[in-house]
Design a protein around this ligand. Structure first.
Ligand code: PMP
Length: 406
């Protein structure tokens, strides 16, 4: 079933805005995606009609609010095909989820002399938390490189996965190169050496979906705001066998069973990892975003975005002097590029004046830029509501940028 683009676009109020007098072309979905009315309405309804703190009150609204929060957990469990809602921890986002694992896993399982492996294409949020943990524990961070097309050197992984390695963390898809990594294969290889794997799903889940049982990863992290849901909410999936063993990350209300000054015991999963008042309204909004994507169909979304990627790649490559960074055969719908020696920021500024929103810079992946010896790129990233007409506008605008600098 293909996607009805006019109907989809009508679901996103912001898309009818003009910017600098031009109709908005929003191509910064990799940074954050726009929200459909359904999500905005769900958030509004929660605030207007149901707002009450969860898991505490003896009153009607608190019960209702708690029920909605736990329903949202079930929606997420179904969406990623986790075994149980005990494995779904709400966090503030991908970054918070990875920090949780880096801290708690590090506390329990990492000691001086151990190793942690990440890839060269990770977002800073899948590098720095591991560095912090390695520094604390006296462990070493090792790096799986990628080749000049932006494809991970899986051939080098067996040698990297020594018996000192405690955990491997890798992204499902790169936010600056677009590469889709063979995560199932990576997990199988790591597991053959008893090494658990964390997958950063921030750029994967809404483009190609995920089945955590099928890929068999140990942890999976993603953010609500990149998948048409609200900001400030995200998810950590963790296999129960790991979450049971990890110590809490943060302490406070809701994560305890009993507290005395002598000793505190912790709540059962998943609340053990949800200290303080949860973002229950964000969770409800995230569940609505997932229902929205499901109503369109992840396969239909993937097919539409693949067409956009193919079309945009061909059009951009037809511009003399334009170089694409990230030429892997399997990519999510984003393109990083440079136009001659024009500074990416200048390109971005001019595109903005023409109503086209893109991202410029390192995209929180400085090691990727270092690999190519560049200071940054222009990145266009497509969502389910983008069109080939918008790509034509991007193409025309890039020709204007070129003219202005030549
Ligand atoms: N990982 C990847 C691959 C990302 O693209 C991002 C967001 N740019 C993050 C992690 C961090 O997500 P958040 O800022 O929502 O925590």
């Amino acid at each position: 079933m293909s996607l009805d683009i006019n109907k989809v676009r009508a679901d996103f109020p912001i898309l009818s805005r003009t910017i600098h007098g031009k109709p908005l072309v929003y191509l910064d979905n990799g940074a954050t995606a726009q929200k459909p009315l359904r999500v905005l309405d769900a958030l509004d309804k929660m605030h207007r009609e149901l707002n009450a703190n969860i898991h505490r009150g003896a009153h009607f609204l608190s019960e209702q609010s708690t029920e909605k929060y736990e329903d949202a957990r079930e929606v997420i469990r179904g969406f990623i095909n986790a075994e149980s809602t005990r494995e779904i921890v709400f966090t503030a986002g991908t970054t918070a989820a990875i920090n949780l694992v880096a801290f708690s896993f590090g506390e329990k399982f990492v000691k001086a002399g151990d190793e942690v492996v990440v890839s060269e294409m990770e977002h800073h949020s899948n590098i720095v938390p591991w560095q912090l943990m390695c520094e604390r524990k006296g462990a070493t961070l090792k790096v799986l490189p990628f080749d000049d097309n932006g494809v991970l050197r899986i051939d080098l992984l067996p040698d990297l996965l020594t018996e000192k390695v405690r955990i491997l963390a890798v992204t499902q898809a790169s936010n600056s190169l677009g590469t889709i990594n063979p995560i199932k294969e990576i997990v199988a290889l790591a597991h053959s050496r008893n090494i658990p794997v964390l997958i950063d799903g921030a750029q994967g889940i809404h483009h190609i979906g995920v089945d955590v049982k099928d890929i068999d990863c140990d942890f999976y992290a993603f953010s609500g705001h990149k998948i048409y849901g609200p900001t400030g909410i995200g998810v950590l999936y963790g296999k129960e066998k790991w979450l049971e063993q990890l110590p809490p990350y943060q302490g406070g209300g809701d994560m305890i069973a009993t507290v005395t000054f002598a000793k505190t015991t912790y709540a059962d999963l998943p609340l053990k990892f949800e200290a303080g008042t949860a973002n229950y309204i964000g969770a409800v909004g995230l569940a609505e975003a997932i229902r929205y994507m499901q109503s369109i169909g992840i396969d239909a979304i993937a097919e539409h975005e693949e067409e956009l990627l193919k079309y945009a790649t061909e059009r951009l490559l037809s511009i003399p002097g334009l170089k694409i960074y990230g030429t892997a055969p399997h990519k999510v719908s984003l393109i990083s590029f440079l136009l001659n020696n024009i500074h990416p920021y200048d390109t971005g500024m001019i595109l903005d004046k023409l109503g086209i929103a893109v991202r410029t810079g390192t995209h929180c992946t400085e090691p990727v830029m270092q690999h190519f010896g560049i200071s940054g790129t222009v990145r266009v990233s497509f969502g389910l509501y983008n069109t080939t007409e918008e790509i034509d506008r991007l193409y025309d605008a890039l020709l204007r940028v070129k003219q202005m600098f030549e």
